[in-house]
Design a protein around this ligand. Structure first.
Ligand SMILES: O=P(O)(O)OC[C@H]1O[C@](O)(CO)[C@@H](O)[C@@H]1O
Length: 466
């Protein structure tokens, strides 16, 4: 039996814990009231936003993104000696200022402050500021803005903080994570590489590689740092039950019927394993004669932690070229050969991919990019964020036709290979979302389901490009 003194302590501890929880709850309620947080989910065709309490966007700005900024600050503090070695002695002072600015940014997010215009000169500063100024007044704060706008703005703000210092201007603060994640999946890459050598031209092989590229999207560092299973390619059909929409057969048909010269564009997402899977798909497309050229679009600045930049693309190539495993070296050499003979093109930097604009605005804000993409017979959009960019973060009814949700964005046939990581969907069979949610209310952020969707645009060789 507890003594009188100890039971008194227990009561006091429990009361303190209760009080703390109540204070937290009151704070939350006050925050929600002050920031006009809505307790019902977004309506059909409304834009996603953190103002909806039950949304993943709300979780993002309440916890995930403040956590990300905190992790970045810790990383910079811990890595200071290595960073100084790489960027020079003065980086010590720049790091101090950078960390301080990152803390301020975190505070702005937590307080739901209004977005600020960018002051540091960069190629996209003017267009970003124009974009911000054009947002309606009630959509310019972290919790009131369209989710995609606010999330893109955060990554652009982080970059601009590093741009302010001379020593850190070219430093990729997510680079270490991307490189070590790629190194960690070396055994899986080796197995996949062996299993994909000399595949004959066939619909089945094409579909397998398309699926590998889709499932490769599961491994982004904003979600998990776990790698794929050892035999992912050999067992790819095991995942078919989790493909909620699979139009891979239509994509094959579209590509085999396309008029020469056939180009395929890939709007890349994550570095590491996903990029490796994209390279394999591209290699197959070239080797089987499905297209003459595959063009890769990557990010101009560090983005959503693990997105591929030019530097990451070239790093992976170098990793293969110099590896002790002969199969990797041969693969690296082949990719380099494709880049040399222009079967593969690593596209020039475009700041559209790191803007707040969705794809339906591309023709207006980046007409040259729109025309460029229109030259391709097929453009493949990889991943969750690109999917949100295609749909404009609109909460479509889940059965809405994928092509309708593109809202006029149809430079050519548009395909999406996406692992579902957020609460936005379209083109799904009736009741799918209801059934899945009944089973697991968080299925849409678990990365367990995926889609392969396409909006076909038939073109004759004599067609005008736009
Ligand atoms: O690399 P992806 O597939 O674009 O996903 C990036 C992450 O960004 C989000 O779209 C928003 O944070 C998540 O849903 C996802 O985890």
């Amino acid at each position: 039996m507890p003594s009188e003194a100890s039971s008194h302590t227990e009561v006091t501890d429990a009361t303190i814990a209760d009080n703390e929880a109540t204070i937290e709850q009151m704070k939350e309620l006050k925050f929600n009231e002050k920031n006009l947080i809505i307790y019902t989910p977004p309506g059909v065709n409304e834009e996603l936003s953190a103002r909806f309490l039950s949304s993943f966007a709300f979780v993002t700005f309440k916890r995930r993104s403040p956590g990300l900024l905190k992790d970045l600050i810790t990383f910079l503090q811990e890595r200071e000696p290595e960073i100084i070695k790489e960027c020079g002695d003065y980086a010590h002072f720049d790091l101090k200022r950078t960390i301080w600015s990152l803390e301020l940014l975190r505070g702005e997010m937590i307080n739901n402050d209004e977005f600020q215009v960018f002051r540091v000169k960069a190629p996209d500063t003017e267009s970003w500021n124009k974009f911000l100024m054009n947002l309606s007044e009630d959509r310019r704060q972290w919790f009131s803005a369209v989710w995609m706008h606010a999330e893109c703005y955060m990554y652009r703000r982080i970059w601009s903080i590093f741009q302010r210092s001379e020593t850190l201007v070219n430093y990729d603060y997510f680079g270490d994570q991307k490189m070590s994640a790629a190194r960690r999946v070396t055994p899986q890459m080796k197995d996949v590489l062996e299993a994909t050598r000399k595949l004959a031209r066939s619909k089945e092989n094409f579909q397998q590689l398309l699926k590998l590229s889709a499932w490769g999207n599961r491994y982004d560092l904003s979600m998990t740092d776990a790698g794929p299973s050892a035999k992912i390619f050999r067992q790819i059909s095991k995942y078919d039950k989790d493909l909620l929409a699979d139009q891979s057969s239509d994509i094959w048909k579209d590509l085999t019927e396309a008029c020469d010269p056939v180009y395929v564009d890939i709007v890349c997402d994550n570095a590491g394993f996903e990029l490796f899977a994209d390279l394999l798909l591209a290699e197959y497309i070239i080797e089987s004669g499905l297209a003459r050229r595959v063009r890769f679009h990557v990010k101009a600045i560090p983005w959503f932690i693990s997105d591929v930049t030019h530097q990451d693309f070239l790093w992976l190539l170098g990793y293969f070229r110099k590896h002790c495993i002969p199969e990797f070296r041969a693969f690296g050499k082949r990719i380099q050969g494709y880049l040399r003979d222009r079967s593969f093109i690593l596209c020039d930097k475009s700041y559209f991919w790191t803007s707040g604009h969705d794809c339906s605005q591309m023709k207006r804000v980046q007409p040259c990019l729109y025309v460029y993409i229109s030259e391709a017979a097929l453009v493949i959009f990889k991943g969750d964020l690109n999917y949100r960019k295609l749909l404009g973060d609109i909460n479509y009814i889940s059965t809405a036709k994928f092509s309708d949700c593109l809202r006029g964005f149809q430079p050519t046939s548009v395909c999406a290979l996406r692992v579902i990581k957020s609460d936005i969907y379209c083109g799904l069979p009736v009741c799918t979302v209801d059934w899945l949610t009944e089973d697991n209310p968080d299925w849409m952020i678990s990365g367990e389901k995926a889609v392969i969707q396409v909006a076909i645009k038939h073109r004759l060789s004599s067609d005008f490009l736009v």
